[in-house]
Design a protein around this ligand. Structure first.
Ligand SMILES: [Zn+2]
Length: 461
């Protein structure tokens, strides 16, 4: 019998790590960082519940840090093998992992500044250099083609439609105790979204691990592009600037795609200046343009025709600090900058400058976690603290719903119900309420029983 162990994303949305063992072959699916609550983050520091030096292979579903951010630690703890991921995922890891190492170093520096102790200085979980070193382990995996990774294990990557390069991964087991297929959904995207393909219909499988991030919710039905156009028009009409805090990878590109599409079809004035102020987002835009194999048909056709769907020619890309500072003088237009919840990055300078101005609209491009500046502003805070200063919030604050990169409960049940019924379904990557909601919804709509694994659970399949 093969064994499947849940070493992350079990009852939470971070730290994705699943260990599959079959006939002596040991493969880790995803290698994510635990984020959020301290009790979860401490797991990043503790010895992992498996020996990294005994792994034969690591495979990644997609580049988000909650699926890849532990990779440098795995390297530091003795893993020397290959890491298989789609090419686009590999390229995005090349941007996200070094940045994560840099942030770990910054956090350690801050901690040491505040509570200096000669005996117990804070150390980064890993450094930017550690992250750069682990990138050498990456090997590209094509979509759809079978990849034999062991005599008794063949993998196949299918598009998951979540972010560029995101895949669901099928493991077909043969030999003694084999004759079965396990599917890891990774994060599942949504149908008919800009740039990305729809998630692949559920391939036949015997055992399924499926995410449940939005397992107790449905997304709003409004069209995010129309909402975006409305906010832009209203703000520019009164002579202001639209400030969009957005995640550098994924959200920024989706927004640029929508803006440019609306400028082409006349819904927005093509003369409206767009500024992208985030070196990481700019790198990611170039990666997005390069990977036709990870695009939907519309995006691929536009790129093949030499068109400019993300508006690279149209937008002003601010890489240098000088270019960023020059935006202080801008009096009209759209500024897109990171981070998405205003927890750090260049957006802070723009907020400091423009929040006191009633003509500004701050348009958050997605969910704002509890405790972030974004959440405070969403809840109507009259001031926010930026770089030690209380800044008055006179600008209009809005949230653009409907840009989530995850399928909601309806989307997941629809995807699940259209395929062959697996003999076991394991709900992962969901907080307890969301996961319980998903379990009841799947039972109600499809009559399937599901398994809700805990951290460190092991099942035989
Ligand atoms: Zn993700």
């Amino acid at each position: 019998m093969a064994r499947l162990s849940f070493f992350g994303a079990a009852g939470t949305v971070t730290g994705s790590k699943f260990l599959l063992e079959h006939n002596g072959f040991r493969m880790l699916v995803d290698c994510g960082l635990f984020q959020g609550l301290k009790q979860l983050r401490l797991r990043n520091r503790a010895a992992p519940p498996f020996d990294p030096s005994e792994l034969d292979l690591v495979v990644l579903t997609h580049a988000h840090l909650d699926h890849t951010g532990y990779l440098p630690v795995l390297g530091l703890r003795g893993y020397e093998g290959r890491v298989l991921a789609t090419e686009a995922t590999g390229d995005l890891c090349g941007v996200l992992l070094p940045d994560s190492g840099h942030l770990q170093e910054e956090d350690a520096r801050w901690a040491n500044k505040r509570h200096y102790s000669k005996h117990d200085p804070a150390k980064p979980l890993y450094t930017k250099d550690d992250a750069l070193r682990c990138l050498a382990m990456l090997r590209p995996a094509p979509f759809y083609e079978p990849i034999e990774v062991h005599d008794d294990v063949t993998l196949r990557f299918y598009p998951a439609g979540h972010i560029l390069g995101a895949a669901m991964i099928e493991a077909r087991l043969s030999g003694k105790g084999g004759g079965k297929t396990i599917l890891f959904s990774g994060d599942l995207g949504r149908c008919a979204r800009p740039i990305l393909p729809d998630p692949e219909p559920l391939p036949d499988c015997d055992h399924l691990l499926v995410e449940s991030t939005y397992g107790d919710r449905d997304h709003p039905e409004e069209d995010p592009a129309s909402e975006l156009a409305e906010v832009v028009r209203r703000t520019l009409d009164k002579g202001g600037v639209v400030l969009i805090p957005a995640f550098a990878v994924g959200r920024t590109q989706a927004i640029l795609y929508m803006l440019n599409e609306m400028m082409r079809d006349g819904r927005l004035d093509p003369a409206i200046p767009i500024y992208v102020d985030s070196p990481m987002a700019i790198q990611a835009i170039r990666i997005f343009m390069r990977h036709a194999e990870a695009h939907d048909r519309e995006m691929r056709t536009q790129v093949a025709r030499g068109e400019d769907p993300l508006g690279l020619g149209n937008s002003r890309l601010c890489s240098s600090v000088e270019e960023s500072k020059a935006l202080n003088d801008v009096t009209t237009g759209i500024i897109v900058s990171a981070s998405g919840m205003a927890t750090g990055g260049r957006i802070l300078h723009h907020l400091k400058r423009r929040l006191p101005d009633r003509k500004t609209t701050v348009l958050f491009a997605g969910y704002q976690a509890v405790g972030t500046r974004g959440r405070h502003m969403q809840e109507g805070a009259e001031t926010v603290r930026i770089h030690g200063e209380e800044v008055p919030v006179r600008a209009r604050v809005e949230i653009l719903d409907g840009l989530s990169a995850h399928a909601d409960r309806g989307g997941i049940v629809n995807w699940l119900g259209k395929g062959k019924k697996p003999s076991s379904v394991h709900l992962v990557h969901g907080d307890p309420d969301a996961r319980d909601g998903m379990a009841s919804y799947v039972k109600e709509k499809l009559g399937y029983e599901t398994h809700r694994p805990d951290y460190r659970d092991t099942v035989t399949v």
